[in-house]
Design a protein around this ligand. Structure first.
Ligand code: SD4
Length: 325
């Protein structure tokens, strides 16, 4: 059967079903995009997208793309919110969280790990080499060492100096859009319609030792469902975890809500249900199975990088509130 005929048959069965049952507008009945689409949080998403695009262009899988894409940001020791250059917890430890999920819903995650440059690669290995989804702390570190990941112990004098200055008052409060680069979440779809996502962070600066945010939690910081689409989150992780944020966005898309509106509704749920959230930023990105994208945040200033057939560009999401520092 010719490709055109197959495409036609798929389209006709899609519309017939969608008329009969509204929820059948789900993306598993949609056509894949004509070219890949890659979406990442914040300004540093541009570097991650360039890398992911290059990986896809040289025959890598969509999973390779999202892992190696965000690894670029993990490797940037000048980045204060991702990787070992991140700000420490209140005890002076830089602890890292990361996860991946693929088109078929397989997932891997590590949380509360120190001394490894690329937690996202360890998360991928957990997915591919163990029957588990999530490893944390000392056990995750031991497993990583046993599985060939090299430890790297570094101390960045500037970061330590900031931490010592902070420790004088120990005043803990979140900062909206800190340096315009925060956790990196990356979502991608290839031209065959296969989805994957990744998320990696050093978490909130000066957090309690042992605190884990949304980023390594499947359904909170990241969720990928090959039948529908993918979503990721950035910002105050506690707010995202409480509403299973990324899962919420994907489930809204499953019901036929478009990607931007799905992100807006998830933000709205946080704002309505969280009490006083002054100064707490949360942003969501969404990528549907046909390549349509969406983004939304509580406050202005949430930037995200998009790469597709039209090129690479940085955009700012819609938002609910104005941040006036
Ligand atoms: C967390 N969402 O650990 C992450 C990090 C972040 O502002 O985005 N911090 O809660």
């Amino acid at each position: 059967m010719s490709l055109d005929r197959r495409r036609f048959l798929r389209l006709s069965s899609t519309s017939a079903l969608a008329t009969a049952v509204p929820w059948a507008r789900a993306a598993h009945l949609m056509l894949p995009p004509a070219s890949p689409v890659v979406l990442s949080t914040w300004d540093h998403g541009m570097n991650a997208n360039h890398k992911a695009w290059q990986v896809l262009g040289s025959g890598g899988s969509v999973l390779d793309a999202v892992v190696e894409g965000v690894a670029v940001v993990e490797n940037d020791l000048g980045n204060r919110s991702v990787g070992q250059g991140g700000r420490p917890d209140r005890d002076g430890h830089v602890t890292l969280d990361a996860c991946v999920q693929d088109h078929d819903g397989r997932a891997g995650s590590v949380a509360f790990v120190e001394h490894f440059p690329n937690p996202v690669r360890i998360a991928r290995a957990v997915m591919e080499r163990t029957p588990h989804v999530m490893l944390v702390g000392e056990g995750a570190e031991r497993w990583a060492r046993e599985n060939g990941f090299a430890e790297r112990r570094i101390t960045l004098p500037g970061v330590q100096a900031d931490w010592k200055e902070w420790a004088v008052k120990s005043d803990y409060k979140p900062v909206v859009n800190i340096e315009n680069h925060d956790t990196i979440g990356q979502l991608a779809i290839d031209a065959q319609g296969r989805l994957a996502g990744s998320c990696t962070t050093s978490g909130l600066a000066y957090k309690v030792h042992g605190r884990v945010g949304d980023s390594p939690i499947i359904g909170a910081g990241l969720f990928v469902d090959g039948e529908v689409g993918a979503a990721c989150a950035t910002g105050t992780g506690e707010l995202v975890i409480r509403i299973a944020g990324s899962h919420t966005v994907v489930e809204l898309m499953r019901q036929g809500v478009d990607p931007t509106e799905a992100c807006r509704q998830a933000v709205d749920r946080i704002v309505r249900r969280s009490g006083n959230i002054d100064g707490h930023q949360v942003g969501f990105l969404a990528l549907r199975g046909d390549g349509a994208i969406g983004a939304y945040s509580i406050y202005n200033g949430f930037t995200y990088a998009v790469s597709d057939a039209a090129g690479h560009r940085l955009l700012e999401s819609g938002h609910m509130r104005e941040w006036k520092p």
